[in-house]
Design a protein around this ligand. Structure first.
Ligand SMILES: CC(C)(COP(=O)(O)OP(=O)(O)OC[C@H]1O[C@@H](n2cnc3c(N)ncnc32)[C@H](O)[C@@H]1OP(=O)(O)O)[C@@H](O)C(=O)NCCC(=O)NCCS
Length: 153
């Protein structure tokens, strides 16, 4: 398994991977549908320097998972994290998250944040395992964050 930044040559299999996420859309009914629309990624994300796109590639070079972050001032916000169902539970989601956090620190972000639903048990467990702080927002969502550098916060 290779995890690295998205390159133009990944576009085709990246879009296939996003489409598979669309098929699992029940998971995302509280989020923006644009996050599972392949064309939204092409038009707005993949070639936009405000976003960081990491991909996980299998041995054939196909994208089997991805993670998207957006930097605003000194905060890296996680926009999306997805691993194809048949590749789950192999540490890919964790590896993508760890790499994005490292990346964010390297480019000067003070913290990395994500928003999730409380009923997404897997995401909650993943965040807890990685030591991210978890703060409830309303009844059904939580915000999780990791401070990357000591500084202004
Ligand atoms: C969330 C998601 C990205 C995790 O990807 P993954 O590659 O399977 O995750 P990992 O293998 O790195 O698992 C990391 C940890 O998450 C937890 N976890 C993962 N799958 C789990 C499962 N089926 N049941 C319970 N805990 C689970 C475990 O704590 C696991 O660590 P462990 O294997 O050492 O116990 C994946 O399940 C997914 O794409 N889900 C649909 C999209 C989604 O919910 N995205 C996140 C919100 S935007």
């Amino acid at each position: 398994m290779t995890i690295r930044q998205f390159k133009k040559e990944d576009e085709g299999s990246f879009l296939h991977c996003v489409k598979d996420g669309w098929n699992e859309r029940g998971v995302y009914d509280a989020v923006d549908y644009c996050l599972i629309d392949p064309y939204w990624y092409v038009d707005n994300v993949l070639y936009n320097p405000d976003y960081i796109v990491l991909v996980a590639l299998d041995v054939t070079g196909d994208v089997v998972g991805y993670m998207v972050g957006r930097k605003t001032l000194d905060i890296m916000k996680i926009v999306m994290l997805f691993v194809l169902p048949e590749y789950r539970r192999q540490g890919i989601g964790k590896a993508l998250k760890v790499m994005l956090a490292k990346f964010a620190g390297d480019i000067g972000c003070e913290k990395i944040v994500a928003y999730n639903r409380f009923d997404n048990d897997i995401s909650l467990k993943l965040n807890q395992n990685l030591g991210w702080s978890i703060k409830p927002i309303g009844d059904d969502h939580y915000r999780t964050e990791l401070i990357l550098r000591k500084g202004t916060l």
